[in-house]
Design a protein around this ligand. Structure first.
Ligand code: KG4
Ligand code: ZN
Length: 353
């Protein structure tokens, strides 16, 4: 029997609502970006984000149901991101879902945003557990063994910045606009990636952790050494050099993770990339080459499902609902919520959830 779930996502700077069915049909997937509201500040302002979610979420849920040609009565459950993320925003989406669940007497499913990203490839196709996930977003940079719904083992995480954060900060430094990832990618297209010699933090180390703050500092020094202000050629070359360094680091760490994953799960390795940075075509190409070289199957969700959206939250809700996992109406919003709470912190880490 098919189940239908409403998904709500408000953990960062996108207000999103979606309706998805268990036969993998996305009936509606609406994303309202707050980019223009945060752009003047060069980053997401939590208070502005929370207020904007409040202003838009009710309308967006109504629009998603209308686009799906459905009413609350057609839903089997309501799913919302309950963390990790900016707590004010998370509370707005979770409270909205609780209100709908209470009024309609439908089950509530509190979804970990990272689980939403992690399970997205199963919304796209017939991917079976276990698989190796490279999760690369504005808030996270992790390698995980996805063993089943709710069953994750973290192989590596970032010691300092998330990779999307590194893109955003570097773009700010070069005055390329916000959000930084797409801007860096655009500028890099015409740049010379060999012009600036930048470090590849942790490359060659045997573990699966990440570090990007040294790279960011190296960019800052290299930019400061240029005639001011940097011209378009300088900016394009720096964007290309930075992007190449990041991709090298991600590939090096993922190569190690493939070896670890093979020991955990003998047999074929399925490699999946998710999160906003997975939209980067240079990274996609490099992962394709890595998968070929390592004999892995690679799954990359379409760009619209890599960046934050509510279809992934609805889908995670469907997977959890099928596993009998629902949540009480007094469940809490969580700023931090690691997928693998047992994972040891990265050495030297100011650890991210
Ligand atoms: O998953 P996401 O939409 O939100 C979080 O959960 O963080 O990821 C947003 C991040 C931002 O840092 C953005 O700059 C980055 O993904 N991003 C990209 C690209 N598109 C988005 N980074 C590199 N290349 C891109 N094309
Ligand atoms: Zn995300």
């Amino acid at each position: 029997m098919s189940t239908t779930v409403l998904g709500i996502e408000t953990s960062c700077d996108e207000t999103a609502a979606a309706v998805v069915t268990s036969d993998r049909t996305i009936r509606a997937n609406l994303v309202l970006s707050q980019m223009a509201e945060h752009a003047p500040y060069g980053g997401v302002v939590p208070e502005i984000a929370a207020r904007s979610h409040i202003d838009h979420i009710d309308r967006l849920v109504a629009d998603a149901l209308a686009a799906a040609d459905m009413e609350f009565a057609d839903l089997d459950a309501v799913a919302a991101t309950a963390g990790p993320g900016l707590i004010g925003g998370v509370m707005v989406g979770l409270m909205t879902a609780k209100a709908i669940a209470a009024v309609t007497a439908k089950p509530l499913i509190a979804v970990n945003h990272l689980e939403g990203h992690a399970l997205t490839p199963r919304l796209i196709g017939d991917l079976v557990f276990p698989y190796l996930l490279l999760l690369v977003s504005g808030g996270h940079c992790q390698l995980l063994s996805v063993d089943g719904v709710g069953r994750y083992r973290r192989l590596g995480t970032t010691i300092d910045d998330a990779v999307g954060e590194a893109f955003d900060k570097t773009a700010k430094l070069l005055d390329l606009g916000y959000p930084g990832g797409p801007a860096i990618e655009r500028w890099a297209e015409t740049g010379d990636a060999a012009r600036f010699t930048l470090p590849r933090p942790l490359r060659g180390r045997p573990d699966c952790h990440f570090s990007f703050s040294g790279l960011k500092t190296a960019v800052r020094h290299a930019v400061a050494a240029l005639p001011q202000p940097p011209d378009d050629r300088d900016k394009a070359d720096m964007a290309a050099s930075f992007q190449a360094a990041v991709v090298d680091c991600l590939i090096d760490r993922t190569t190690n993770a493939i070896a670890v994953f093979r020991k955990m799960h003998p047999g074929a390795v399925r490699l999946v990339v998710a999160g906003g940075v997975a939209a980067n075509s240079s990274l996609r190409r490099a992962l394709g080459d890595l998968a070929d070289a390592q004999g892995c199957a690679l799954a990359v969700p379409p760009v619209a499902l890599c960046t934050d959206n509510a279809a992934m939250i609805a889908w995670a809700g469907i997977e959890r609902f099928a596993a009998g996992l629902t949540d009480p109406l007094d469940c809490a919003a969580r700023a931090r919520w690691p997928l693998d709470p047992t994972a040891p912190p990265a050495p030297g880490a100011g650890v991210k959830a």
